[in-house]
Design a protein around this ligand. Sequence first.
Ligand code: NAD
Length: 335
Amino acid sequence: MLLLQLEDIKQLLTNVGEKNFFLQLIDTLQSDYKRWFEFDKKPRLASHVDLGVIELMPISNALYYAFKYVNGHPKNPQKNKLTVMATGQLSLCATGEPLLYCEMTLLTALRTAATSAMVAKYVANKNSSVLALIGTGAQSEFQYLAYSFIFDLQEVRYFDIDDHAMQKFATNMAKFEIKLTACKNATEAVIGADLITTCTADKCQQTVLTKAMIDKPVFINALGGDCPGKTELEKALLEDATIVVEYLAQTKIEGEIQQLNDDFSCVELHQIISQQVTLNVQTQGTIIYDSVGFALEDYAILRLVYRLAQQYQLGQQIDMIPHLTDVKDLFSLLK
Ligand SMILES: NC(=O)c1ccc[n+]([C@@H]2O[C@H](COP(=O)([O-])OP(=O)(O)OC[C@H]3O[C@@H](n4cnc5c(N)ncnc54)[C@H](O)[C@@H]3O)[C@@H](O)[C@H]2O)c1
């Protein structure tokens, strides 16, 4: 079984190059979303605890079985711990043999950003040049990076209720050639934006964006509402827009659409990727990608890093599964 730790993923990104990695990841996501009906899918299994949630996210097709363990604890930064931490595994379906055990905190940020950019590539205005980011925590720079490989971004407008997070974002972004506009609130941040990502964390129903704040048709990627009772958008904004979800069975429990009655309509992402449905901000008006994070995205990045790690000979073989001369003699391990 191959073990990929953080250092291995960092090395892999250096070897492949960030842009090349994101583009390969978007290709892999597209190819897996196109094969939607091959997958055995289920909503993730969530255990709600006092200060957050702990989730298991399984998925499989004929080749691989993948799962991710992930948490969401919005108050963790007060204890100097990440809000979202994750590990994952990839196994071979033919035998059930675990192939890969992998860090997935960094991979979650990468796959979430790549999926955001992939959806935007299909439905946002092709000339989008202004990105607004509400919430400049752990996910934020990754969001910028992925969009920057798809769109010719000229400006990033950003806001966070935490000054330290705003400062950290400005410091990390200084190396990119892009106009950075720090804003006093979310209303100011979304002025003139073509693309908006909300990536705030709070275990409650917040109203980070309202219908009144949006002055032209935009692509909104709502990332932070991903749990029952945890949302970011005003209901009136949802009611007025076209909504894209990853997997309705999961999103109706966890996404922004938990605020709506059962009679609303939405499009599943695979329908767009397979070009069964064509949506665009220019023709439909505002489009909301109500992202909660789906297991297929973890499957896609796990199979990609597994292949690349073998190509670049990264990671370490670990002894987690017995290799026996006589496979019926497990007892020999005690001798
Ligand atoms: N959809 C997905 O696939 C996916 C993947 C990863 C994370 N997430 C979610 O995205 C969110 C962000 O994750 P993170 O790892 O960046 O968390 P984080 O805790 O590192 O950052 C969240 C930031 O939001 C800010 N914030 C909270 N309320 C705000 C408000 N009203 N206005 C402006 N800023 C506000 C906080 O100050 C913090 O800096 C979380 O809710 C997480 O659960 C979703």
